[in-house]
Design a protein around this ligand. Structure first.
Ligand SMILES: C[S@@+](CC[C@H](N)C(=O)[O-])C[C@H]1O[C@@H](n2cnc3c(N)ncnc32)[C@H](O)[C@@H]1O
Length: 220
């Protein structure tokens, strides 16, 4: 059982520094393409977006926070897939070079904005986070789970209707041992239901070693 408690700030700082360096190096090596945010290809990056966005109702305008937005690929996907829905989009990432790339790519679009940071700076209807909690590197499990809890708490606090996150179900056979975080779905379903008081739908079986949680606030 993972109880709600404040994350240990020094331990969280260490997690952020280590993970930020990892993603900054990926972007520097590959550029603003899926490999630059550690995804293998665009098709699977977009499949993840499609699953996460099932939390949103597209028949009316809404606001969306994209936590861990990388170079802003979700904003491109939204414009292509849902051109008729006005979406007030804010992407947040802690890696300065990611935010620079994202801003450059979406310059001149008033409804698409980006913020540098480690937490979500505004309230919105929904939040999504794709791939943010997968790569734990050598962080001890309790420290990493403190980080996951702080991300879920932040998304819950800042989302008026609901939020969606994805997790790895099992590591890729070629991945270095113990560097990926692959929790069973029950761990965070229980947390979102029992501690955050939300309802949760689990999307699995979409052809990847991953699953997506769609987390909705109960109506007041
Ligand atoms: C696997 S990449 C995915 C990027 C993007 N969501 C996508 O699917 O194209 C994860 C991103 O989350 C960012 N990230 C990880 N932890 C974060 C944190 N605590 N605060 C802000 N950004 C974070 C990383 O810098 C990286 O850009």
């Amino acid at each position: 059982m993972i109880a709600q408690s404040p994350a240990d700030p020094p331990a969280q700082d260490d997690v952020h520094t280590t993970v930020a360096a990892y993603y900054a190096a990926k972007l520097a090596r590959h550029g603003a393409i899926p490999l630059g945010v550690d995804w293998s290809c665009e098709a699977t990056q977009r499949l993840r977006f499609a699953k996460l966005l099932q939390v949103c109702a597209f028949d009316r305008p809404f606001s969306l926070n994209d936590f861990g937005c990388g170079y802003g690929a979700l904003a491109v996907f939204l414009a292509e897939r849902y051109p008729d829905t006005a979406i007030d989009y804010l992407g947040i990432d802690m890696v300065p070079s990611m935010i620079e790339r994202a801003r450059r790519r979406h310059r001149g679009k008033p409804l698409i904005r980006f913020a540098l940071g480690r937490s979500i700076p505004r309230q919105a209807d929904y939040a999504v986070a794709s791939g943010v909690m997968n790569v734990k590197l050598h962080q001890p499990l309790p420290i990493w789970e403190g980080f996951v809890r702080s991300v879920l708490d932040d998304m819950h606090r800042t989302s008026r209707i609901g939020f969606a996150v994805n997790f790895l179900a099992s590591p890729h056979p070629d991945a270095p041992p113990n560097q990926l975080y692959c929790p069973p779905p029950e761990t965070w379903v229980r947390y979102c239901e029992q501690i955050l008081g939300c309802s949760v739908a689990v999307l699995a079986d979409y052809g990847m070693r991953e699953y997506t949680l769609l987390v909705r606030r109960h109506p007041d």
